[in-house]
Design a protein around this ligand. Structure first.
Ligand code: ASP
Ligand code: MG
Length: 455
């Protein structure tokens, strides 16, 4: 039985010393476990570059060979093992070379396959180095074990029922497995990426499918904090979050877990434990940095964290009656969906519909709305000089006075709030400000909530 699924991300696969920590952390577990790994640090970006710049392929292949081979040579003593692992590395790199030089290299399916090679390579190397260092384990590739997703390229969603069924057949419960994250296989046999940073999501889905009790995420962070320490002083560590709180914090900008990680965990009450390899390696009882579970707790201050995201842009569809015109929302959102544009927020009134997107999607979204709007004659307007800020905590929409404190703090700091959404989530309030005011906004709220008595 696999009680624990572990995830190690690219930021912990950076320096050659990082790999000795992976061996150490695996030894602290009662095995078997499942280890899900990302690509080595920066490799997915390099693969992306090779897709758009043909002349870079040769240099990239040479680089990938060098960094992966270095790890094998540093951590494996047995020469035969090194030879075997190097041969596998060469086979994998040849397959990548073939894809990079193929006629189809610009097709979406091929690009998805190319970008999955960072994880394919790292999982191979990590399996070999663990196995050679007294952590017996085997490699399990999504295509071999039936870890299946729909065929939405770049943004696949795991088919949990089918994958659970397949994994029962293919993942022997007595074996420790190393699985590459970030991609799955469609039922049509295509490689489908799960979104940038998607290894968290892979690991969460695997934990769901095998019925694990814990998803342990090893990451070089202090844990969830009351704010971003880069812009706020006096931040506090959060020892526990509910699923909903963690999901909203990821959604609104705390870059600790991928926003899709929580969903597959909820129905099976799988707990997330966040560890830092530099701090939590002693065996025995370990205190994780933050735990995420089904339990809900309301602290004295209600708000647990303030977060922000600058990767947002606003598209407005304006005109009297736009908010009540039948079918318009369905038409526009249907068209966004067809173009794979994710809406991050939508707010409607009688005279306006406001959409918020990632900034990269703004122009495409505007074109779609302009096209639909041609016969309707509403006004469209864009604003990509915004950021959003969210305050998250269980009970935030139930306890009187919380919103008042937030907006009083903002008013005192002379910050104009352009849009407020309250009530859409039980645990979050979010609002939009001009981008240049975002740091000041989070600082003033944090000060009001957490350092109130120190003023
Ligand atoms: N390697 C992929 C990325 O950088 C997936 C991940 O790291 O989770 O986006
Ligand atoms: Mg990565």
């Amino acid at each position: 039985m696999h009680k624990t699924v572990l995830k190690v991300g690219g930021s912990n696969l950076k320096s050659i010393e990082d790999f000795s920590r992976i061996i150490s952390l695996m030894k602290t577990y009662e095995r078997p476990v499942i280890l899900v790994v990302s690509a080595f640090y920066g490799v997915t970006d390099c693969l992306e570059k090779a897709v758009s710049d043909e002349s870079y392929a040769g240099e990239l292949l040479e680089y990938l060979h060098r960094v992966h081979r270095l790890v094998l040579e540093r951590y494996i003593i047995d020469k035969d093992r090194i030879v075997r692992a190097s041969e596998e590395l060469t086979v994998c790199l040849s397959a990548l070379e073939e894809l990079l030089s193929s006629k189809e290299r610009h097709q979406v399916a091929t690009i998805n396959e190319i970008l999955s090679f960072g994880e394919k390579l790292s999982a191979r190397v990590i399996q070999a180095l663990l196995d050679a260092n007294a952590v017996a384990c085997r490699l399990a590739l999504p295509e071999e074990i039936g870890f299946v997703s729909n065929q939405r390229f770049y943004q696949g969603s795991i088919l949990l029922k089918k994958s659970s069924h397949n994994l029962k057949k293919h993942l022997n419960a007595d074996v420790t497995w190393v699985v590459p994250g970030f991609y799955a296989i469609s039922e049509q046999g295509k490689t489908v990426l799960l979104g940038r940073g998607g290894t968290d999501y892979s690991a969460a889905c695997l934990a769901h499918c095998v019925g694990a009790s814990y998803l342990d995420v090893w990451k070089d962070v202090e844990g969830y904090l009351s704010g971003d320490p880069k812009i706020i002083s006096g931040v506090k560590k959060i020892s526990h979050l509910s699923y909903q709180e963690a999901a909203e914090l990821s959604y609104f900008g705390a870059k600790i877990l991928h926003p899709r990680t929580i969903r597959p965990l909820v129905s099976k009450r799988i707990q997330v434990r966040l560890f830092n390899p530099e701090k939590h390696l002693e065996p025995g009882i370990r205190n994780e940095a933050t735990r995420i579970s089904y339990k809900t707790t309301t602290g004295k201050e209600v708000i647990k964290s303030v977060t922000s995201d600058e990767d947002v842009a606003l598209l407005k569809l304006k005109g009297s009656g736009v908010g009540i015109k039948k079918g318009i929302l369905a038409e526009v959102t249907g068209a966004f969906d067809k173009a794979h544009i994710n809406i991050r927020s939508v707010v409607t009134s009688q005279t306006a519909i406001h959409f918020i997107f990632s900034r990269t999607n703004l122009q495409a979204a505007k074109q779609i709305v302009d096209e639909i709007n041609r016969n309707l004659d509403f006004d469209t307007e864009i604003d990509d000089d915004i950021a959003w800020v969210a305050a998250v905590g269980q009970g935030i929409n139930q306890k009187e006075g919380v919103a008042a404190r937030i907006f009083t703090a903002l008013a005192k700091a002379d910050i104009n709030v352009q849009q407020i959404v309250l009530g859409a989530s039980e645990v979050a309030i979010y609002f939009v400000v001009q981008r240049k005011l975002v740091s000041k906004a989070v600082q003033s709220i944090h000060q009001e909530i957490f350092n109130h008595n120190n003023q």
